[in-house]
Design a protein around this ligand. Sequence first.
Ligand code: MN
Length: 395
Amino acid sequence: MYKLLSHNDLDGVSCGILAKLAFGSNVSVRYNSISGLNQEVEWFLENGDSSTFLFITDLSVNEENEQKLNEFYQTGGKVQLLDHHKTALHLNNYGWGHVAVEEEEGRLASATSLFYDYLLTHEHLAPSAVTAEFVELVRQYDTWEWEKFGNEKAKRLNALFFLLSIDEFEEKMITRLKTGDRFFFDEFEEKILDMEERKTERYIRRKRRELVQAPIENQFAGIVFAESYHSELGNELSKDCPHLDYIAIVNAGSKRISFRTAHDSVDVSQTAGFFGGGGHAKAAGCSLTADAFRQFVTETFNLEPLKEDAKRNRYNMKNNSFGSLYENRQEELFLLYPTQEQEWKIEYNRTTLPETFTSFLEGETFLKRRYSAWLVRDEVFVNYLMDSVRKAKAK
Ligand SMILES: [Mn+2]
């Protein structure tokens, strides 16, 4: 008999799907949240059948269970842990641990891709084109590589996962992988996925208008309260506000915070680690502890949301050679412009600020962090220019 303990997200559940394809009714599968796994492992070690082969995928155990699992393994127990979170890399010290962040140079691993390789190598599963395609979609989604490749199918697979119950998703996928020769969505799924996509876009737009910003522990955070679509939301907001180091998504119901960033230079697993959580460089999370609650909720609660940049401008564009105009809530105007020395400077209230910047983005980051300013509409920009001309003539 086999037992699989896995994560309850797309990557984790896809490990369960592969296990059921490989072992059929000889495997029992349990999906867990990050915090729920340790209890399950303890239960297995105390009450489980010691001849059962235990797999743990997409999650890692605490120190106590690490020791217990090792004793279990040393005394002949069969256990294999497969994970791709870098916070679990120390488990590679054990014969039963295999943690890889990358499969090969530049190709990120997911638990599903690692487990698929394991099942093929140990001949529990025969290679199949449709399963390989499914595994690749999950891998791309879980590692965000789908964005780089523009692979919408991977994003839609995750959306479908959230539209269905885990049982329904498992059943549909297992049938599809057993019988198909290419991975596809049926007509009905395509239709509801289209609707879901539009609904997600509206949700993100609404949440963008609620975003606040604050410096927290040496980083600059964007903070939003949301229950749904954390990955998409974090990703979109982070891209929309490049001046923020990361986006913190607070879910008071589940008492958790998700951290997301689109920056390669920021590692949110460290941010999460500071608050007792963990995860990946671009996606991590922690519990809403008293300290996290104070910093992310209490101290930001009365802040005004960050206004959006004007989107449909033709003249007041970012990176303009003659300057881009910003405004703050005090109705002060800031013109960010390049100098002949290839530097960027800011004109504020018709005087020049002492700071110089090496790039437009650096200047914009300063403006947005210090003044919560946003790019104004063309109309305001044209008036500003007309006023400048008028003042120049009057001199
Ligand atoms: Mn994963």
